[in-house]
Ligand binder design. Structure first.
Ligand code: ZN
Length: 389
């Protein structure tokens, strides 16, 4: 065993030092992890994106033919642009029993604590394998993990549990909503505003579509509510976040764009709202636009399509993580994670990690050292577990 050793805090400092904002490459971090694991005799599989600039990493310690435990985290972080930081976001500052830095809570600490334990996992004769699954582009719509999830069965047996270490303060989360987001552009036809009948008003048709989305949102609220689910609110929400269009008061607007999303209750059909929106476009709005000019149109681009995490109450995966975290009950959260993507592919998944989502994405993001210690204890219990069975 030749490589440098890191304790949890040293490893957190190391991982935070790589600027892995989603828009840039994460390869420096991935190469560091691959080298670190390689020094422990652990082989890493890299699964690159099309550009070759980013990669997922999947590595296995222990037998490959036994269902194991996956420790999963995203390596990317949100931008620091425009945020008022008191220190360099990519240099961890330790102060008041906290570690400050971008990604300390969301979610490099979980990855770092798991990696700091890798020498212990690697030097033990594991009966149950432990896998590291590191993704990219989580913060921009969970775009990276599916490439890895698709291939992981080639590297090792299907896992018995995937632990996604997003910040839950080490609570065990077994359900979250899905997130599907879109960007729609209405292409109209410009005319002088005195000639509305010869133009195609992109804003007016855009507004019609926004109103349609509001109707769908009301329908979800009124007819598809699940008060027992624990979610707040307990139904799929439909939301329009931005809308832009037009250039001047006296011009029939050429373009109108709007961004929208729905946050889907787990178990609901992820395509339904998107399909109904598209049917409204095709059957109601486009015919009116084309009646004036067939060069007009409406495009919708998918920005994110992340399934929810459906609770599997009492499942072995949930029971295992509850035991490791010494918790009796599971919780639900409002934010999306990669857990739903793992689950959709048949891998039982729960969310449990150190730090608080309240600190995520903010300036002066931090993690409490007590959270780091709690996660270390969790990992030690996991080590006992994978040695024994
Ligand atoms: Zn995250």
């Amino acid at each position: 065993m030749a490589g440098k050793q890191y304790n949890s805090v040293e490893m957190i400092k190391k991982l935070v030092s790589f600027d892995t904002t989603s828009r840039v490459s994460n390869l420096e971090l991935i190469d560091f992890v691959a080298d670190y694991l390689s020094a422990l005799g652990v082989e890493s599989h890299l699964i690159h994106d099309e550009s070759g600039e980013k990669a997922n990493l999947y590595a296995t310690i222990g037998p490959r033919d036994v269902p194991g435990i996956v420790l999963s985290g995203h390596t990317d972080v949100v931008p620091v642009d425009g945020q008022a930081w008191d220190s360099d976001p990519f240099t961890v500052v330790e102060q008041d029993e906290k570690l400050f830095g971008r990604g300390t809570s969301d979610m490099k600490s979980f990855i770092a604590i798991a990696l700091a334990m890798a020498p212990d996992f690697a030097s033990t004769n594991l009966k149950t394998p432990v896998h590291f699954a590191l993704s990219f582009d989580e913060e921009v719509g969970c775009l990276g993990a599916p490439l890895m999830i698709q291939k992981m069965d080639q590297f090792a047996a299907k896992p018995r549990a995937v632990i996604i270490g997003e910040p839950t303060k080490m609570s065990v989360v077994n359900a979250h909503k899905g997130v599907c987001s879109f960007f729609t552009t209405v292409h109209g036809l410009e005319r002088h505003s005195s000639e509305t009948h010869r133009g195609v008003n992109a804003i007016a048709y855009g507004a019609e579509l926004v109103a349609f989305l509001s109707t769908l949102g009301e329908e979800m609220r009124d007819q598809h509510s699940y008060p027992e689910s624990g979610f707040d609110p307990p139904y799929t929400t439909v939301h329009v976040g931005t809308m832009h269009g037009g250039t001047a008061q006296n011009i029939v607007p050429l373009n109108c764009t709007f961004s929208w999303e729905y946050r889907l209750m787990p178990g609901e059909d992820a395509s339904e709202i998107r399909n109904r929106f598209q049917a409204h476009v095709d059957e109601v709005v486009l015919p009116k636009m084309h009646a004036v000019d067939t060069s007009t149109g409406i495009d919708t681009e998918v920005r994110a399509f992340v399934p929810g995490l459906a609770p599997e109450d009492g499942s072995p995966a949930e029971a295992l993580v509850l035991a490791l975290a010494r918790k009796n009950t599971t919780e639900v959260v409002a934010y999306g994670t990669e857990a739903g993507q793992f689950q959709e592919a048949g891998n039982p998944a729960v969310v449990c990690g150190p730090g608080s989502i309240a600190q995520a994405h903010k300036p002066n993001e931090f993690i409490e050292l007590s959270e780091v210690r709690a996660c270390e204890i969790f990992m030690r219990r996991l080590l006992d577990e994978v040695c024994a069975a």
